[in-house]
Ligand binder design. Structure first.
Ligand code: NAP
Length: 274
């Protein structure tokens, strides 16, 4: 069975690897990017499988046009992958209202909007799969990236609500939680405009250094392995709703799971005293 995909953020990293793997698998894909010229090589390599569209996920008209293009050029969307994102690095106190809005716009509003646009076609066909690329930061928190963590946690909350809502229509919704993968995320993540000296040289900067060190770091996961996992996930019925991606993500969550149990037990005296 072949599938028709719409993937956001295909110019680099996980999205680029996924679009390439989808095309190589024999499925068709509307590969999207803010600068569609970045997808020329992909389209040339797979002329029958790849269609290309400009998409800035922050722009509602651009989102509507991309979904329309997928429906017209591919005949529908079987798999929507909300992958595009940027990060914001800085302490909670350093993040302005505007920076927070921008971060939530790309991490929450945009995937929400694209899901809303793709769902009528999926409901009409009685099938579909929405894959939201979240993060380990959608399950646990890290100092120095509170806005990103907030956005990915919100995306996971939305994923779980939506999954329950559309399951009766034959539609699946999954949140993927990558650990560390060697992409451009480390360079594209922005710093807050305000830098408060009190936070320098501590946990906030350790996170910043860790993220900056991710760029093309060979000890991290390979985007090709992420792409292979997504193909396997979509082809496998009854997968978990929230899927850690990479051994590091799994081990981290396993450790945190034990910690959460201890934390819950500690909170019992407070909870039951209410
Ligand atoms: N790498 C990791 O370790 C890691 C870990 C956990 C989660 N993730 C998640 O994985 C996803 C992919 O990130 P990545 O690691 O592959 O980083 P990346 O190499 O920086 O890729 C991000 C992609 O998003 C696109 N993008 C950014 N803003 C956009 C916008 N407004 N409209 C459309 N596209 C936009 C970028 O395109 P431009 O070229 O136009 O900027 C690029 O194609 C993100 O959701 C990220 O949060 C990554």
């Amino acid at each position: 069975m072949t599938r028709r995909w719409l993937v956001t953020g295909c110019s680099s990293g996980l999205g680029a690897a996924l679009a390439k793997a989808v095309a190589a698998s024999g499925d068709t894909v509307l590969a999207t990017a803010r600068k569609p010229a970045t997808l020329d090589a992909l389209a040339t390599a797979h002329p029958d499988m790849v269609r290309v569209a400009a998409l800035d996920v922050r722009d509602p008209d651009s989102c509507a046009a991309a979904v329309r293009a997928a429906e017209e050029q591919l005949g529908g969307i079987d798999v929507l992958v909300n992958n595009a994102a940027t990060g914001l690095l800085g302490a909670v106190e350093e993040v302005s209202d505007e920076e927070l809005r921008e971060q939530l716009e790309i991490l929450v509003v945009a995937p929400w909007r694209l899901a809303r646009l793709a769902l009528p076609g999926m409901r009409a066909r009685g099938s579909g799969h929405i894959v939201n690329v979240s993060s380990l930061a959608g399950r646990v928190s890290f100092p120095g990236m509170g806005a990103y963590v907030a956005g990915k946690h919100a995306l996971e909350g939305m994923t779980q609500a939506l999954a329950a809502e559309v399951e009766p229509f034959g539609i699946r919704v999954t949140a993927l939680e990558p650990g560390g993968f060697a992409t451009r995320y480390g360079v594209t993540a922005a710093d807050t405009a305000v830098r408060i000296p009190a936070y320098r040289g501590a946990a906030v900067d350790e996170t910043r250094d860790g993220v900056r060190g991710m760029t093309d770091n060979p000890v991290l996961g390979r985007p090709e392995d992420f792409a292979a996992l997504v193909l396997r996930l979509v082809a496998t019925p009854d997968t978990p709703q929230r899927v850690p991606v990479g051994a590091d993500a799994y081990q981290y969550l396993e450790a945190i799971h034990g910690h959460s149990g201890t934390e819950l037990a500690t909170a019992r005296a407070f909870a039951e005293g209410a």
